[in-house]
Write a protein that binds this ligand. Structure first.
Ligand code: PLP
Length: 372
């Protein structure tokens, strides 16, 4: 028997979340963001749930190739554009739209030989200070691109640094609007947080939204809002089984470093999931977990192949019981009930990280099942 751990990817939940996001931004076209192997969910698998998207956004040419091979004929956007001139040949061949965020990328376009004009998304740095032209340099970049025979159509984009937080998008939006006001072209502004929180309130054009995390059922602004609040369903569930049980006396300890000390007699379940499976080692005692669908907590340190959970109040749980690390129990997957199980956001918060990181870190040694 294989080790009792598996991830389940719920394609219906993905469809549901996409529809939910469309409801939040009813006038916008949707780039479904599938970078990083669809946030760890598996690219081809995710594509099955994203047929209703208007475009697919990603970073890697190899991923773009896989999306075309899968059969996607619609728009594909390279979110970081070309890394070298040669990449543009692939853009021409696969008909990829690409971001232009710096002068060097315009230089590459200027020497690129193509019969087919490219559609580019010119990116402004509106305060994130990662990729993009400074607002003051934006118009000059647009003018330069517009003069190139290699460029067919220019769209305008930016990426918000604080769509999920208290600072919000007001300042960035003002800068973007000011420096683009008389430039033609479609606009793309919002990630998941901006689309869910601000899309209806935007008073500038926002033709394309770029949701990623919300598609996968994690709340972009947890704990302010839960995935339930946004009516999103978990797409990834991670389930394992109890492979050992220990009875502790008061004063006995659990795991490496003896970091957890029992203050009373306890029953402990040993679960076939550790940090080598993608469970965060930083998750402390008290991180929520479900056993047979009932919530309890982890105790002691996460080790490479195992974690330990408190069964003291779960007399019916024991060897073989199902443990839900995040998402919903196996039996419930496919008919994911809003709010059941343990949200990946809760586990992430407890471990001092975000749902994004946990999804992306699911280990390749974990078998993945697709549901339905
Ligand atoms: C990853 C990414 C997104 C998606 O962000 P989420 O927070 O996952 O919705 C949108 N736009 C760009 C440029 C990105 O890199």
């Amino acid at each position: 028997m294989p080790r009792p751990i598996q991830a389940t990817i719920d394609i219906n939940a993905l469809r549901h979340n996409l529809a939910q996001i469309k409801t939040a931004a009813p006038d916008a076209l949707v780039w479904a963001v599938v970078k990083a192997n669809a946030y760890g969910h598996g690219l081809e698998r995710a594509m099955d749930g994203l047929r209703a998207a208007d475009g697919i956004a990603l970073l890697d040419l190899s991923e773009a190739e896989r999306v075309r091979q899968w059969g996607w004929r619609g728009p594909i956007l390279l979110l970081e554009g070309a890394f070298e001139t040669r990449d543009l040949e692939m853009c021409s061949r696969l008909n990829l739209w690409h971001v232009v965020h710096c002068e060097a990328q315009i230089d590459m376009l200027a020497v690129h030989k193509t019969h087919q004009g490219h559609r580019v998304f010119l990116k402004m740095n509106s305060g994130m200070n990662r990729l993009g032209f400074a607002p003051q340099a934006f118009r000059a970049a647009w003018t330069r691109l517009n003069a190139l025979p290699q460029v067919d159509e220019i769209s305008l984009m930016t990426h918000f640094s604080d769509a999920d937080g208290v600072k919000g998008i007001e300042a960035a939006l003002t800068v973007f609007a000011l420096h683009t006001q008389d430039l033609s072209g479609e606009r793309s502004l919002c990630n998941s947080a901006a689309a869910l929180r601000h899309a209806q309130a935007l008073n500038v054009r926002a033709d394309w939204i770029r949701p990623g995390i919300a598609l996968y059922g994690s709340s972009p602004d947890f704990p302010l809002h839960t995935s339930n609040d946004w009516h999103l369903k978990p797409v990834m569930s991670l389930n394992a089984a109890i492979v050992g049980v220990q009875h502790l006396q008061a004063g006995e300890t659990v795991g490496y470093g003896s970091s957890f000390v029992a203050d009373r007699p306890m029953r402990i379940g040993v679960v076939a999931c550790g940090y080598a499976d993608g469970y965060p080692r930083s998750a402390p005692t008290g991180t929520p977990v479900c056993v047979n669908g009932i919530r309890t907590r982890t105790v002691g340190r996460v080790s490479m192949d195992m974690i330990t959970v408190d069964l003291s109040d779960l007399p019916h749980a024991g060897l073989g019981s199902e443990v839900t690390l995040w998402g919903v129990p196996q039996q419930a997957a496919g008919s994911a009930i809003l709010g059941a199980g343990v949200s990946i956001d809760e586990v992430a918060l407890s471990a001092g990280t975000v749902g994004y990181e946990l999804m992306c870190a699911l280990s390749s040694r974990v078998p993945v099942h697709t549901s339905p």
